[in-house]
Design a protein around this ligand. Structure first.
Ligand SMILES: [Zn+2]
Length: 330
């Protein structure tokens, strides 16, 4: 059953008056738009302006939004309202024109965790390329025959091809390029004609408005697929970029997920970066055996912030009984 339906069931069946179990809450978004955005449409369930504002209004009632300086010093303290830190990932362009004005109006600070490899539209994150290929494939009335062979499928429907495309990993990006060639789609042309990512000027504009810019790895790999030395290298390169440009160098948010990332990584990373205070995953309402790694709540699962938070609270409580609400790093 899809998560949304499970959540709806639980929410409808439960007279939820439960209090929030932690002293802090960290939502994570990628983009907000009323438009159809081809490079994220098929990979991120982004919210409309109205949905985002509704989320913020709900969260503002229950939590106290803080800036990074206040949050990093106080998120473990008990207060009448738990502290909240707004975060966005990937440095998408909509942050400047759509998100920032909303946050300014509401008086809410945010950090945007970005990938230097894509800043200023130098390249596209591989999942964005997959989204574009799905968009392109939908222009074809039927699947071009050679695509089955390329993707190692005997036959099947467009849905099978899309599923296969979505499963391509960071380490097999050649397959993305070959698919693009076959579908006669050019990523460079797309970047020339569309503003996808914030550039350095945009980032400085956002910083000067009082918002945070921080590291999200160099080029957004799945950390689970990399050996520890590569994880460290990719992370450190992105933190170095923040240092060079006077952005935040004391925090880092994992690309995709920190699932499978070992204790050894955290020990090495914090040892090599004395400034680093906290890193962020996005496993929902959970604790982490590495206490400087804080888990965020993804807000783009098709639920309103209110329903997502109710779902997360209930889930947290259920897991408490079976001792499963702390991620154990080995
Ligand atoms: Zn990301």
């Amino acid at each position: 059953m899809p998560k949304r339906l499970i959540a709806e069931k639980i929410i409808n069946l439960t007279p939820l008056k439960a209090s929030y179990p932690l002293n802090y809450m960290i939502p994570v978004y990628h983009s907000v738009s009323d438009e159809h955005i081809p490079h994220i449409k098929h990979i991120i369930n982004y919210k409309s302006r109205q949905q985002f504002e509704k989320d913020i209004d709900y969260m503002s009632k229950k939590f106290h939004f803080a800036d990074w300086d206040f949050f990093k010093e106080n998120h473990n303290k008990t207060a009448t309202k738990p502290l909240a830190l707004m975060t966005f990932d990937d440095g998408f362009y909509e942050f400047k024109d759509i998100v920032l004005p909303i946050l300014e109006r509401k008086g809410i600070y945010a950090i945007n965790f970005i990938n230097p490899a894509f800043t200023g539209d130098q390249d596209l994150m591989f999942r964005c390329k997959i989204s574009l290929l799905i968009e392109r494939l939908n222009e074809f009335s039927s699947v071009p025959e050679p695509l089955f062979k390329l993707l190692n499928l005997k036959n099947g429907s467009k849905t099978d091809i899309i599923r296969k495309l979505k499963s391509i990993s960071y380490n097999h990006q050649d397959l993305i390029n070959e698919t693009a060639a076959l579908l006669e789609f050019n990523f460079s042309d797309y970047l020339k004609n569309n503003k996808v990512y914030l550039d350095l000027e945009d980032l400085n504009y956002i910083k000067n408005k009082g918002f945070g810019i921080a590291a999200h790895s160099w080029d957004h790999p799945y950390y689970n697929e990399l050996p520890v030395n590569e994880q460290i290298k990719n992370t450190t390169l992105s933190i170095e970029y923040m240092k060079e440009n006077n952005f935040l160098d004391d925090t880092f948010a994992f690309p995709f997920t920190d699932f499978g990332v070992k204790n050894e990584f955290f020990v090495k990373l914090f040892h090599g970066n004395n400034n680093l205070k906290y890193t962020f995953g996005c496993a929902g309402l959970k604790l982490d055996s590495y206490p400087e790694n804080l888990q965020r709540i993804p807000m783009e699962n098709g639920l309103s912030a209110e329903d997502e938070l109710k779902f997360q609270c209930l889930y947290f409580k259920l897991k408490k009984y079976i001792n499963k609400n702390t991620i154990i790093r080995k």
